[in-house]
Design a protein around this ligand. Structure first.
Ligand code: NAD
Ligand code: WQD
Length: 337
């Protein structure tokens, strides 16, 4: 049995390929390498002893996507990570995001339907909740108008997948990630942002190596314990393991409906200053940071109610903030050398 992992050389995808292989699944990756490196499969091989197959092409190309399914008739299920993910870039280039994130996914669903590959795990995001009225946020919370075209592609794709599952034999699990951070303990795979990072943790680790002069902390006047925004940071390996659980749930026909939704977080919120202090503690490096104005579009606080995922999936995030920050730091140091 083969599992197709789109975006499998990317940050979350590569960690998931490792967990899949370690659970005995054979993996076929499709990635156009627009935000990742063709070396990643070899690093995965160093961890697991197995080189995953990598097919390099763009899922927006329907012909190539159809050919993939014809060439790999043993594909039983798809884990769909491939997408562009920069919030800021999506505001400036909305069509690039709508084109890539929607068209690639629609092509994939079309091919799955035609070839009767009926199981999909999809990467959604807590961004669909915006600023929730109640915390922790449950899967039943109302979805808000997206703050960015990127966020909107996640909302749209949730609807597209839901509608497709109603009208076909396809079953799906939508996983709403909170804030994935950290890297594999081997420091062989991790997050490699191109250019200046948008996200907090790569910015912290790059500041610590001297690649960035200082970290800007975007506002300390929020209604939170220390005034900085609160998020639910989750170790990428915990997140990757949840994909294997979701995949098995689909393969073993244990789902309760055609399209299920789960929050993937730890259930604990940490502020920006908590993250900085954890980093300083585990690395022994004093971080150069300055409080600056709020970043537009940022929400104040969000963390997950994970009880449904814990109960139904039998999965729970295990790694704490210090472990997340230490692994991010080990990875950054490896990248620098
Ligand atoms: P990533 O950029 O590291 O990985 C995505 C991969 O998809 C990249 O390797 C890229 O080259 C590939 N790709 C993009 N468009 C493609 C296309 N048209 N055809 C083939 N390959 C394509 O991102 P990530 O952080 O690993 O995120 C994975 C998924 O999780 C994305 O869908 C993202 O939106 C979602 N997500 C990420 C976060 C986060 O904070 N990292 C949070 C919530 C949801
Ligand atoms: C975290 C906190 C910033 C950088 C984004 C997307 C979301 C999801 C995850 C995909 C915030 C603060 C950050 C910096 C800072 N991705 N910060 N200085 O904004 O929660 O979510 O990534 O779906 O859709 O919007 O993550 O890492 O950018 O920020 O002070 O240089 O760190 O203000 O409070 P965010 P982030």
């Amino acid at each position: 049995m083969q599992i197709l992992v789109t975006g499998g050389t990317g940050y979350i995808g590569s960690h998931t390929v490792v967990e899949l292989q370690q659970e005995g699944f054979e993996v076929v990756i499709v990635d156009n390498l627009s935000n990742s490196s063709g070396d990643v499969p070899y690093n995965i091989e160093q961890i697991t002893g197995t080189l995953p197959v990598l097919e390099v092409f763009d899922l927006c190309d329907l012909g190539k996507t159809e050919a993939l399914f014809s060439n790999y008739p043993d594909i039983e299920a798809v884990i769909h990570f491939a997408a562009f993910k920069s919030v800021g870039e999506s505001v400036n280039e909305p069509l690039k995001y709508y084109h890539n994130n929607i068209l690639s996914s629609v092509n994939l669903l079309k091919c799955m339907k035609d070839k009767e590959v009926n199981k999909m795990v999809f990467s959604s995001s807590c961004t669909v909740y915006g600023q929730p009225e109640q915390l922790p946020v449950t899967e039943q919370a109302p979805l808000r108008k997206a703050e960015s075209p990127y966020g909107n592609t996640k909302k749209i794709m949730e609807d597209v997948i839901f509608d497709t599952t109603r009208a076909s034999a396809i079953q799906a699990i939508l996983l709403r990630y909170f804030n994935p951070i950290g890297a594999h303990e081997s420091a062989l795979i991790g997050e490699s942002p191109t250019g200046i990072p948008d996200n907090l943790v790569p910015y912290i680790t790059q500041t610590a190596t001297g690649k960035r002069e200082f970290l800007r902390v975007f506002g300390n006047d929020y209604n939170t314990p220390d005034g900085t925004p609160v998020r639910d940071y989750i170790h990428v390996v915990d997140l990757a393991k949840a994909h294997v659980v979701a995949l098995k749930r689909l393969l073993e026909s244990k789902t309760l409906s055609k399209c299920e939704v789960f929050n993937l977080g730890t259930g604990t919120g940490y502020s920006v200053l908590d993250v900085i202090h954890s980093f300083e503690k585990v690395s022994g490096v004093k971080l150069n940071y300055r409080i600056v104005d709020r970043r537009s579009g940022d929400i104040e606080k969000v963390w997950a109610d994970t009880s449904y995922a814990n109960r139904e999936l039998g999965w729970k995030a295990e790694k704490g903030l210090d472990e997340m920050m230490l692994s991010a730091w080990e990875w950054e140091k490896k990248l620098k050398n």
